[in-house]
Design a protein around this ligand. Structure first.
Ligand code: LHQ
Length: 261
């Protein structure tokens, strides 16, 4: 079985992490296939939204630790190699993808698995799911953007608690803390997440790409710089076909038929 399943339906590229017997932990093959799927998502005009989820009872347990044991007396493994070649490019790809990415967290999301979910644009989680910054339990620091996402999404006090204690945070608390967009019933997660992704796939794709750029740039910008950026990106949005269509549809009191251009 391939470690990633990919299907395209109604403009939504659904990517499923598929190593359920390992709680969808990452190995090099899974990284490679996920990279290819996201490259396709970026370049294929048929793809107007992405949905990321996991097969089985977990979303993703982070790095496959069965590949990380160090024999007694052996030299340490240089973890920066795997981070530099796999995890960091993955987080950058998700953030820079010029299309919306919905994450359907179907079960536990641990270590890098949690932070990859947090790198997506909209995160829905099943009520039974949980988020675990498991890193400190094995002597590591949150990676895959964890030390950047957590303080920004939930504040420093909660970020420190999550990172240092490595306890499970329930999906309900994750929603209450503002870590994720929404928690839904287990039985409706996939239909709810797909409905959100399908809605986005019929939206102004170009506008969404510009919106992502503006939101993500805001973390490093002053208000002054951000206002300038909004001005420039709004100029681009205003030149899109979808803006024309959006205003025409508003005036005609009909649903807009966005083409993503
Ligand atoms: C696993 C794993 C796993 C292999 C559960 N690997 N088998 C980046 C760059 C380079 C290197 C280092 O790391 C990183 C980023 C990272 O992601 S570091 C953090 C790696 N992940 C973790 O530390 C999480 C470890 N797993 C857990 O804490 C728990 O298993 C969670 C909270 C995910 C789930 O707990 P439970 O639901 O109680 O399940 P379980 O612990 O019983 O696990 C079920 C099986 O899955 C079990 O195997 P077994 O043969 O006993 O049934 C686990 O060994 C296996 N498994 N995570 N990451």
């Amino acid at each position: 079985m391939p470690s990633i399943l990919v299907s395209l339906d109604a403009g939504v590229l659904c990517i499923t992490l598929n190593r359920p017997e390992k709680l969808n932990a990452f190995n090099p093959e899974m990284h490679q296939l996920l990279r290819e799927a996201l490259t396709r998502a970026a370049s294929d005009a048929q793809v107007r939204a992405v949905m990321l989820t996991g097969a089985g009872r977990a979303f993703c347990a982070g790095q496959d630790l069965s590949e990380r044991e160090i024999a007694p007396g052996a030299a340490p493994i240089d973890l920066s190699v795997s981070i530099g070649s796999h995890y960091n490019p993955l987080v950058r790809r998700l953030r820079e993808l010029p299309k919306p990415v919905v994450c359907a967290v179907n079960g536990v999301a641990a270590g890098a698995g949690a932070n990859i979910a947090l790198a997506c644009d909209l995160v829905l989680a099943a009520r039974s799911a949980a988020f675990v910054q498991a890193f400190a339990k094995i002597g590591l620091i949150p990676d895959s953007g964890g030390t950047w996402f957590l303080p920004r999404k939930v504040g420093m006090a909660r970020a420190m608690g999550l990172a240092m204690l490595g306890e499970k945070l329930s999906a309900d608390d994750a929603e209450r803390w503002g870590l994720i967009w929404k928690v839904v019933d287990d039985s409706t997660l996939m239909t709810d997440a797909l409905a959100v992704a399908t809605n986005l796939s019929q939206g102004p794709t170009k506008g969404y790409a510009l919106l992502k750029r503006a939101m993500h740039a805001s973390a490093g910008n002053s208000l002054d710089a951000q206002l300038d950026l909004e001005r420039d990106l709004q100029r681009e949005a205003g030149h899109s076909e979808d803006y024309r269509e959006g205003v025409a549809a508003f005036k005609a009191k009909r649903k807009p038929a966005f083409k993503g251009k």
